[in-house]
Write a protein that binds this ligand. Structure first.
Ligand SMILES: [Fe+2]
Length: 312
């Protein structure tokens, strides 16, 4: 009995309208709900980023879905472990379990499925019309491939969040023993990746040791590498700051590109991440830091791992 999906991430920001403008520039859709802002992926009936007002940008909460039975089991494990199940915070009065993790960050677990996203559960029967020529095999014949620069693209779904933590072992223990995730890979003592054993992307939550908690990045799935490239081109056209990419991660294998948000947080756009099916005997590896961040990419920026929630 575990969490079964990632619902959304909550951020405190000094200017909700500015945050929503950044995410609408990225192709998400905005909603206002009471005194907080919401960004959703087009066609997906699920909050992806929730914004509450505060003095600075910082991680407010992370929300997961589970089943009725999962919810009961998680409450029992939390209370058995001495955690207090809290009332929903006034600023985000949403249903479900609310609890503080070892960093003091709020975690919400509610009874909810993951909403279908583009390329969702029926995708296996409806492969995308994206044909690639390779040496000796012209899968695309008589057709032009390059999409016009102004082709609109929109992220499909929030795939994962990477959090800074002051105690990575305590945080792994919280997410694995109490919420039911499993470690998929580590990069030395300071970075860990976790998946959901019922079948999920290689990582749904990742952690990096720091001297303060925080959100390193939220990561959104795109349809393919062309969509990552178009997304990046459009964000640059709109004046946003490209940070790192285009490249391919080693751990999780996803193609990636990263942008800075208005407060130096990072947003990743990815495609083709490794998937760990239900009940699969995945063997975690501990990767050396050297070379572990990218199979290939431009040089890693010096401040890629900087925790601006601690600096600012
Ligand atoms: Fe990522």
């Amino acid at each position: 009995m575990t969490v079964t999906n990632l619902q959304h991430v909550g951020l405190e920001v000094p200017d909700i309208d500015r945050a929503l403008s950044f995410y609408t520039d990225a192709g998400l859709e905005r909603l206002e709900r009471g005194n907080y802002g919401v960004a959703r992926c087009a066609g997906r009936d699920q909050d992806q980023v929730v914004f509450v007002e505060g003095p600075r940008r910082r991680l407010h909460h992370v929300s997961f879905g589970t089943t009725e039975a999962g919810s009961a089991a998680i409450i029992a494990r939390l209370e058995g472990d001495g955690h207090t199940v809290l009332d929903a915070p006034n600023e985000t009065p949403e249903p479900g379990i609310w609890v503080r993790d070892p960093d003091g960050i709020l975690v919400n677990v509610k009874v909810a499925d993951a909403a279908p996203s583009r390329g969702g559960p029926d995708a296996i029967d409806n492969p995308p019309d994206w044909l690639v020529n390779v040496p000796g095999h012209y899968y695309r014949q008589g057709l032009r491939a390059a999409p016009p620069h102004d082709t609109p693209v929109q992220p499909c779904r929030l795939g994962h969040v990477l959090q800074f933590t002051t105690d990575i072992e305590a945080k792994i223990d919280f997410y694995t023993r109490l919420l039911g995730m499993k470690v998929s890979d580590r990069i030395g003592p300071g970075i860990a990746f976790m998946y959901i054993p019922g079948g999920s992307d290689h990582h749904v939550v990742a952690l990096a040791q720091s001297d303060a908690p925080g959100l390193h990045h939220a990561s959104f799935e795109m349809g393919n590498v062309d969509e990552i490239g178009l997304e990046a081109a459009h964000m640059i056209d709109k004046g946003h700051r490209h940070h790192w990419g285009f490249g391919r991660h080693v751990v999780g294998s996803n193609f990636f590109t990263y942008f800075r948000d208005p407060w130096d947080g990072l947003v990743e756009f990815f495609s083709d991440i490794d998937y760990i099916p239900a009940d699969y005997d995945w063997q975690p590896r501990d990767w050396p830091l050297e070379g572990a961040l990218a199979s290939w990419a431009p040089k890693v920026p010096d401040d890629f791992i900087t925790n601006f929630e601690a600096v600012n």
